[in-house]
Write a protein that binds this ligand. Structure first.
Ligand SMILES: [Zn+2]
Length: 484
């Protein structure tokens, strides 16, 4: 049975419905369903046989870590007081996010091996209890090279049944694609380091630990089985179609390889909602939903089991987990605006603007961006029907609350090269300069609708450049933007 949420719901939560029907569908239509089902059942049983013990262990690990670490390092924050959460609207104050307790992971009994200085062990993460657990990762620490490797064997199963069947060639191509996405997209998000202390006698004390997340094909008792079909109506971590987009594959690999849990609002298999404190849609997490693969991020919480395991194995050595600096991601945002303008002496008209903003993030979550870009302004003076087409350049700062939410900008714009009067085909100059703001709402993954207002001064469209006739004006419009 499917053990994680399926991405159709992930990308279109409005269509979300209780998953029991979908579960039945997926089971009856999947060629590898029997194998997958027995694995899932094993997992559930194994988990439940040890429920009390595991939960106690997770809880004690959790307590330890919360005491041992500043909250920011583990992305754990205190819950708001009931008074606050009850009196403020969820739009303003949602529940603070907390990873599921089992996300720090615990050691799987009898899997520890020592090979010279190298230590290996299976670490099991548990997440949303409505879904069965992912398979435990193999963690390997090489103290000689200060290197930590987390490996997951993925046991791909080719769907050979009916219309969902794929060819051997399709199967091999897709497997290679998934492995590539895993090894590229799951790495590079965190820094791990050992603090320098007298009690820690490892050569890595005070040094960075390189982290390598490995997705590889493999089998065996701890491998993660994935059925590969031609197309899957609602993918999940145990069943993927070869037409699945990269963002969804990355999301599923977050489950499969890292054991990270879903972070978006959901009605789960048991018809209960995911608890609000386990939902985080604000920080572009790939484990959330409606995030474009270009903007999506992974966060230290998705790797908390690595640091927790290191601290269990080396209790005398402090381990610090932090966000790795990401390469600069420049956003390209085509924009169209239409509106009306007026001058204080009664002239006026309508305008259309097309442009593109380049956005340079000023913080890691892209909340603030330096924006700049060209504008083409077409305007029609109603009084004397003069049409003009003028080029400008805009610079400003934009704000975006999150993948969806309020957004806006303040800007300055100027220019005026072009055709001050389109009825006269000769180009010319009619300078303008203005300042303004936009205020609107951005819908995930990347569409913004906003109101725009500006005031400025411009040369009247009289074609007399020797005698600039600057007039103050104001304008208001509606803009739509689509960010890449
Ligand atoms: Zn998921």
């Amino acid at each position: 049975m499917p053990v994680f949420q399926n991405p159709t719901a992930r990308f279109n939560p409005k269509n979300q419905k209780p998953l029991s029907n979908e579960v039945a569908l997926a089971d009856s239509s999947s060629a590898g369903g029997i194998q997958a089902k027995s694995r899932a059942t094993d997992t559930i049983q194994r988990k439940c046989q040890n429920c009390a013990e595991e939960e106690a262990q997770e809880q004690s690990d959790n307590d330890e870590l919360i005491q041992a670490k500043p909250a920011s390092e583990w992305q754990m924050q205190a819950k708001p007081t009931p008074a606050i959460s009850q009196t403020m609207s969820p739009m303003i104050q949602r529940e603070e996010f907390e990873p599921w307790p089992g996300q720090i992971g615990h050691d799987v009994a009898n899997t520890r091996e020592q090979d010279g200085g190298i230590i290996r062990e299976r670490v099991q993460r548990t997440g949303d209890p409505v879904y069965s657990s992912p398979q435990p990762s193999l963690l390997e620490f090489d103290p000689g090279n200060c290197r930590l490797t987390a490996t997951m064997d993925i046991n791909f199963v080719r769907d050979t049944s009916g219309s969902d069947a794929i060819t051997e060639e399709q199967f091999n191509t897709f497997k290679a694609e998934v492995i590539d996405i895993g090894n590229e997209r799951l790495n590079g998000w965190i820094n791990l380091s050992m603090t320098d202390s007298d009690a820690c006698n490892l050569p890595c004390a005070g040094q960075d630990i390189s982290v390598n997340i490995v997705a590889q094909e493999g089998s065996g008792p701890y491998s993660s089985e994935v059925l590969v079909s031609s197309t899957v109506g609602r993918e999940n971590a145990r069943h993927i179609g070869i037409d699945t987009d990269e963002g969804t594959i990355w999301h599923e690999l977050g489950h499969i390889v890292l054991g990270a849990a879903d972070e978006y609002p959901d009605i789960r298999h048991d018809n209960t909602p995911r608890p609000a404190e386990r939902v985080n849609t604000d920080d572009y997490s790939i484990m959330s939903q409606d995030i474009s693969a270009r903007r999506a991020l992974m966060h230290p919480r998705h790797f908390s089991h690595l640091a927790a395991w290191m601290e269990r194995r080396f209790p005398n050595c402090g381990v610090e987990l932090s966000r790795a600096t990401q390469p600069l991601l420049i956003e390209y945002t085509p924009i169209i605006t239409l509106g009306g303008f007026g001058t204080f002496d009664g002239r006026g008209g309508i305008y259309y603007t097309a442009g593109v903003d380049l956005g340079i993030p000023l913080d890691e979550l892209h909340r603030f961006q330096l924006i700049m870009g060209p504008r083409i302004n077409w305007s029609l003076e109603t009084e004397d029907s003069i049409m003009s087409l003028l080029l400008g350049w805009r610079m400003g700062v934009s704000y975006l609350a999150g993948p969806s939410g309020v957004s806006g900008s303040i800007f300055a714009e100027g220019g005026g090269l072009g055709w001050p009067d389109l009825s006269d085909s000769s180009p010319g100059v009619a300078p303008y300069v203005e300042g303004g703001f936009t205020a609107g709402y951005t819908f995930a993954p990347n569409i913004e609708v906003a109101a725009e207002a500006a005031m400025g001064t411009r040369d009247m469209p009289d074609m007399d450049l020797d005698n600039l006739d600057m007039q103050p004006y104001f304008r208001m419009g509606l803009q739509a933007a689509f960010a890449f």
